[in-house]
Design a protein around this ligand. Sequence first.
Ligand SMILES: CCCCCCCC/C=C\CCCCCCCC(N)=O
Length: 557
Amino acid sequence: MNTVRSDVKKRRRLNFKFILRKIGKMGSEKRRDGLKEYCRGISRILFGLVEVFCHWFFSLIYGNNKESMPPIKDLLLLESASTVALKIRNKKLTSEQVLDSYIERIKEVNPLLNCVVANRFDEARKEARAADVLINSGTIPEEVLAKEKPFLGVPFTTKDCISVKGLIHSAGLACRKNIIAEEDATVIARLKDVGAIVIGLTNVSELCMWWESANKVHGRTRNPYDTSRIVGGSSGGEGCAQACAASAFGIGSDIGGSIRMPAYFNGVFGHKPSSLTVPNHGQYPEPATDEQNLFLGLGPICRRAEDLLPLLKVISNNNPVLRLDESVDIKKIRFFYQESDGGSDFISPVSPDIKELFVKISKHLDKAYGIKTSKVSLKQFILSAPMWFAAMKSPSGPTFPNQLTNLKGCINPYWEMLKWIFRLSDHTFIALATCLVEKGGCKYGDEKHQFLLKERDALRLEVIDLLGDDGVLLYPTHPTSAPYHNEPLVKPFNFSYTGLVNVLKLPATAVPMGLDRHGLPIGIQVIAKHGNDRLCLAVARELEKGFGGWVPPEVDA
Ligand SMILES: CCCCCCCC/C=C\CCCCCCCC(N)=O
């Protein structure tokens, strides 16, 4: 009896060991994956806790410093740039009158928001008077003016990294604060050619390489919807200026989301064009590689969707690749949407208010046109941040410490960091941190670098294949609404929602879709195949029609 029992016990023990061994062997790979998943789960929970704690912490620092915005009293400021141009041409308004309205608005909001950092009001006034004289002379018929000078007499702003002859050209770099541009960037020259008038420059992040606009030359810009929040970067001053109606339209640049993030955080429209369709000439810093030049795009930031197309037409010189004169039938567009990148580590989850937008848009399209949207799940979106960093690597281009000296040597980031602690550095914390992490991740040409570029190329083909010539992809512009000042330091990689589109070399429009539960702007981006910008712009117009577009921060009619 006893021997039988001990035999059974022995067999059970053996069985148990066998099963354990089997699981061990069978699962050595699975176990590793399981362990990885487990660690990712833990790190996600920790990141979530840090994020919540820091949000609370930053709300204590900045949340009580909210100041209220002066309401928009002058209703002219609510008009689109195209409408203002038309009213100037047909003499319902004078260019000088429009200019005065904008100058007054800048003077009213700038002490609070710090978005316009340089101006040329006197020269602009002379140009406005000249425009009025030309119109009043009647020497050029109105239809000809509409065709050849579609923005005659309309005041606009651009960011302090796009050169405007006679104005500071610092890119937020203290050592460039005395540099005055000697010529206009090509896009500025093209806009001047069609009669638009530069009134000033708007704030940027240091060297345009961060998504909050603050630097040691001009200081920090504040969000018109809540001054304790960021305006985004690097065209943050421009996004803010458009949202508070401080100029008729603006021009930004975007290599990782610098047009679309500020447009998004400030509730206005912003378009990053298909690569190489708008000249990049006249910016500082210049793209370090041919590849970076393909990611960079200059484009419009504006309050009204109807301005996007005519502005793109001017700055691209009606580039035939864009076929901007072809009309677009919304009913013939295939709509895809993806709600998130699939849950990247160290990137905030997409807020429920933003996810809800896809449901609202789908309902709207179905109700208005019977269009059925399709939800997609492009798996490699999860690699957005690593793909962006890999694609931005350059084999020999200037390093960040070199760029911070205006290419005249190299800063010592450790020494500067020490100075920064005592408020003695000429650099922002994030610029110094970027110097320290620049060499991190993969190395140019190593196995990981090549893997990420291959993945990016495969993803690009997958997206192009999905969209074809008649499709658009709706995707969050950013996972959350505007964080508090400095809060992006806790979630630096959130920019990858826009950065992905740059390395895929596709066009995208940031479309405002109202305010979230905190009263902050939210929206989505509309992505299309290279050259199909007109689809993005048509969808932007449709969504503005359906959902109202820009919501003025305060209006006092
Ligand atoms: C304490 C936190 C240190 C984290 C350091 C992370 C460094 C990240 C560096 C760069 C992020 C790129 C942000 C791109 C912003 C948009 C660029 C653009 N001009 O389009």
